[in-house]
Design a binder for this molecule. Sequence first.
Ligand code: NAD
Length: 487
Amino acid sequence: MQTEARIKAINCQHFINGQFVDSKNQKTFENINPATEEVLGTVAEGGKEEVGYAVAAARRALKGPWKNTTLQERSKILRRIGDLILERQEELAHLESLDTGKPFSLANSIDIPRAAYNFHFYADYITSVGTEAYQQDQQALHYAYRRPVGVVGIIKPWNLPLLLLTWKLAPCLGMGNTAVIKPAEWTPMTATVLMEICKEAGVPDGVVNLVHGFGPNSAGGAISEHPDIDAISFIGEPGTGSAIMKSSADSLKKLSYELGGKNPNIIFADADLDEVIETTIKSSFVNQGEVCLCGSRIYVERPIYSEFVSRFAERVKALKVGHPLDDDTNVGALVSKEHYDRVMGYVEIAKNDGGTIVTGGKRPEGLEKGYYLEPTIITDLSRNSRCVREEIFGPVVTVTPFDMEEEVVMQANDTHYGLSATIWTSNLKRAHRVSHQIEAGIIWVNTWFLRDLRTPFGGMKNSGIGRTGGMHSIDFYSELSNITIKL
Ligand code: NAD
């Protein structure tokens, strides 16, 4: 047991023009530990004024020495940021665990190493990027000249705070932009530490700025509306994406959206069931199911349906729900009371819709404080139930049998979302055929969450706009001018 945090929580200030500062009106809000419901510390509550200062600093920095940094110099800075994240890995993993309720072991093995890798990856990648050039007979040479977009607003969710922030910030800085970041209000700590790291790594003042606060009528709204922000990189819910689009419409900002998912996990009878169960445990319940890529709708071909449900349930019952800092915890606490109530609401909906709670659906015994929910498997729901249609974003999955390939493809696509899908089969032709029909931006066959950062990442339908990863991120964080030279 190591429930006593070795690392102390921090109070979070804004970071503007290279300095940690409070809000002008000194306003703060409390940061709550979801595992204990205790107050972790205070967070400066920013709004229009702080965003205004941050944007002004970012604009000045864009025209300052940052403008003249070479690709090699920026690559070196990115590499140094990645190194410093790894030097402070345990501290960052603790803070992430305290803020989100996720197991420390998960933050320490996935979130923080990947945050460092986001910087290391782009440190290399930006130095290898070429440009388009076309020779038009003897008449002309055309080439594309790349430059930064300008000041980028980065608005983040709470589920993988540092991993997702660094996924955006690394290519943003690599391509020579400046940034105004707003972390999610429930998880402000690691973003705050990242500002210290950026400064230590040599990022000039004003290049990276951080304003804490809430969404509409607060820091998030102020970023979306600000006329001097050129682009917004947003990760969050589709409804928020729509609100940001409306408030950023007047200034016609460039937008990159990674939104929610209600991802199908399709299991054919010819799949390796041991492997399926092993991976489905993760794709259902890792990070308390609070991952946009979780396969929360499980479809199983009828011949193996009963066996799957009983073996899956047996394994799920053995998962240890517990304090995030305990070494043997598999599933921690949900991020906040508001979110916990929302997820519990879906369990009630399932019951009212005639669903069978195979396992879970309740607070684990012995954990009276904190936002804990046993991993929950629900069967016998019709495809019209809100539990099958809406993103729950918690440790809750539905399992549905199917008979025909066409039927499961139709059900998988019967959603406004289109982020990811997993297909389990040993039939190669079927793997290709089904993959080509599923409406999702990311499709895994016989695996889940296997990532290569060069590949296009993002969702279709209401799950996103545009792609990130590799060249796709380079394209978002830069503007191209085509230059034609008459020969
Ligand atoms: P959210 O949309 O509620 O909030 C995200 C951020 O937007 C927060 O910082 C919030 O303060 C801010 N915000 C809220 N309203 C705003 C407004 N009107 N204007 C400007 N900013 C505003 O999302 P969340 O609950 O933090 O995160 C969960 C969602 O994120 C889920 O839908 C999940 O699937 C999605 N997500 C997607 C990906 C992906 O890669 N596709 C990754 C992680 C999470």
